[in-house]
Design a binder for this molecule. Structure first.
Ligand code: PBG
Length: 324
């Protein structure tokens, strides 16, 4: 006549719920992606990502220090060059005086080893065509020619003081090529957070504004098809075999099954990237009064952690670290 099992007993008070919570969210789990832009005098808010800014080198210092103070696990830096400095080879990405390397040097000088400084190792912000690699005469992205560019970029980022490089271009063999170049240049201790399973996603939309992307078209010949699961496991296995120190699944929300499967098989720590579109959707809905912003943010992050992410890249990293 009465239920014999009553799971609700453990939900009765906040203290009981806290005692039995399986998943935790700590500041150290959160990594803040940041943008540093060339040719601006004051920080510029990204209109499709309210609350996220393109920083000047000066404002980057303050925002990075505040995030570290709040306890974030690390910072992932993206560079936004002036559009007239873009070229077909993405030269600005490997130039020691390109905006991303200047930003990395600044962070390294300001913060040293007090946080983990990560660099986006990809050409798309620096190419005039907006692709993540260099193009063949027929207009397709040339995998192997791109690897030589990544290698130069990687060594320049290690020189600039990055602790971890984030190859995000989805070229075959990129992790091995970068590992070999770093080792040959003496940077054996600089690691890679490999964007292993990165899907061609409509949810990157706001990021394209964030970095002033020049891309027309899409990245479907190199980023993964959202229909595929096995392919992601192959990418993860290859990256680990090539020397990835950590692997990443991206985007997070629409790919939580991929994240869980990666976490179950990976011998290295697993990250997930809560991308621009995920940020913008929650922000927009909250601004309309349709959802409770803070609760939605926390629920989204706990979901990503529960799905298996050791580390979550999120534009809310500093704010949420401050709450926790
Ligand atoms: C490529 C890169 C992208 C993002 C991170 N690195 C864009 C893309 O692949 O088109 C997206 C991040 C986001 O949407 O928040 N360098």
């Amino acid at each position: 006549m009465f239920p014999t099992d009553r799971p609700r007993r453990l939900r009765r008070t906040p203290a009981l719920r806290r005692l039995v919570a399986e998943t935790s969210l700590e500041p150290r789990h959160l990594v803040l992606p940041m943008f540093v832009a060339d040719g601006i005098d004051t920080p510029r808010e990204i209109s499709s990502m309210p609350g996220v800014f393109q920083h000047t080198v000066e404002s980057l210092k303050g925002a990075a220090a505040a995030a570290v103070e709040a306890g974030v696990g690390g910072l992932m830096l993206f560079g936004v060059p002036k559009s007239e400095d873009k070229d077909s080879q993405g030269t600005g990405g490997s130039d020691p005086d390109g905006i991303l390397n200047i930003g990395l040097r600044t962070l390294a000088a300001e913060l040293g080893d007090s946080t983990v400084i990560m660099a986006d190792t990809c050409l798309d912000e620096f190419t005039d065509h907006g692709h993540c690699g260099v193009l063949s005469p027929d207009g397709s992205v040339d995998n192997d020619a791109t690897l030589s560019r990544y290698v130069e970029m990687a060594v320049s980022q290690a020189q600039a003081g990055a602790h971890l490089l984030g190859p995000s271009g989805m070229m075959d063999g990129q992790v091995a090529a970068i590992r070999g170049a770093l080792d040959a240049a003496g940077y054996t201790d600089v690691g890679q957070l490999a964007y292993s399973a990165k899907y061609a996603s409509a949810f990157y939309g706001p990021f394209r504004e964030a970095v002033g992307s020049s891309l027309h078209g899409d990245r479907k010949t190199y980023q993964q098809d959202g229909a595929n699961r096995r392919e992601a496991m192959r990418e993860v296995d290859l990256d680990i075999a090539e020397g990835a120190d950590m692997v990443m699944v991206k985007p997070a929300m629409s790919y939580l099954d991929i994240l869980r499967e990666t976490a179950d098989r990976s011998p290295v720590p697993v990250a997930a990237y809560q991308i621009s579109g995920e940020y913008s959707m929650i922000t927009a809905a909250a601004r309309n009064g349709w959802i409770d912003r803070d609760a939605a943010i926390l629920e989204s992050l706990v979901g990503i952690r529960r799905a298996g992410a050791d580390v979550v890249l999120t534009y809310w990293a500093a704010e949420v670290a401050g709450w926790l």
